[in-house]
Design a protein around this ligand. Sequence first.
Ligand code: FES
Ligand code: FES
Length: 160
Amino acid sequence: MPDEIAVELTVNGRRREGRCEPRTLLVDFVRESLGLTGTHVGCEHGVCGACTVLVNGEAARSCLMLAVQARGAELVTVEGLGGDGAAHPLQKAFHEHHGLQCGFCTPGMLLTALDLLRANPDPTEAEIRQGLAAVLCRCTGYQGIVKAVEAAAAVLRRTP
Ligand code: FES
Ligand code: FES
């Protein structure tokens, strides 16, 4: 496409480059140009939180950013959680505490929870509920999600 531009950034610790139109949303760039389809597209209006990724360490809705705005940034997507084939403590806790059903909200929920726990490693239940309020889940009733974040927080506090 003639008016495509290059976008270079770090994704999950690796330098990546892709091409897209200047108007391309970050979520579409991540999914289509970089092939990282773990980031989900829900409302495309900044409401549901399904598209949440970490941009320079902070949770951001990738449907509300242009890909060009992320040039040079450090991005973490759900594919970047865990490592060496092992699940991240949050992923394990979501599995163990039934923190998901259809899984559509889960990538955004995990990254929002990670952002929350980095800022507040020992949150109360109310703080977890408030921290996760930015992500909508249509399936679980949230109870399992809150329990999972509490459990992961305890594990992460013991992890050096
Ligand atoms: S798809 Fe981005 S907030 Fe819903
Ligand atoms: S698990 Fe289905 S939307 Fe949350």
